[in-house]
Design a binder for this molecule. Structure first.
Ligand SMILES: [Zn+2]
Length: 144
């Protein structure tokens, strides 16, 4: 199987690739946990470098939500988009301490600390739970 490096995932996140490359990579993301991990790390690094995040996180999150809720058709037509947004939202919410209470419920293992990207531990059960939590949260917003 052909894999993609972090640089390519950055291009992917910035949509600096041809449409057919983007869809190929989307498909690959479904099947490859290694690349999903690289993708998540890239997202995290992007989130850290985005100036808007430093200025006003709430505005940024609101903008993302407004955009997603405003394009319901493509939202429903793209599970991958749904997943990508949920992953991004998860990272943002983790970064803003949204899951702090949840982490405490999960015990010491789930106590997520802000860490440099190289030290990010993709702890499968915990991240799955966080992601599911975010998906549920997004679904709730969607159904309002
Ligand atoms: Zn791969």
């Amino acid at each position: 199987m052909k894999h993609y490096d972090e640089q390519t995932w950055s291009l992917y996140i910035n949509e600096r690739l041809l449409p057919n490359e983007i869809s190929e990579m989307e498909l690959h993301l479904y099947r490859c946990n290694d690349c999903l991990t690289r993708y998540m790390i890239c997202m995290e690094q992007m989130a850290l470098t985005l100036p808007t995040m430093e200025i006003d996180e709430r505005t940024y999150v609101d903008a993302v939500l407004t955009r997603t809720l405003g394009t319901k058709r493509s939202w429903y037509h793209s599970t991958m988009l749904h997943y990508g947004i949920a992953a991004a939202a998860t990272l943002i919410l983790v970064a803003t301490g949204f899951f702090h209470g949840l982490s405490q419920e999960l015990g010491p293992q789930g106590a997520l600390q802000p860490a440099p990207p190289s030290a990010i531990k993709i702890d499968q059960p915990i991240s799955d739970q966080l992601l599911n939590k975010t998906l549920t949260w997004l679904d709730t917003l969607q159904n309002k």
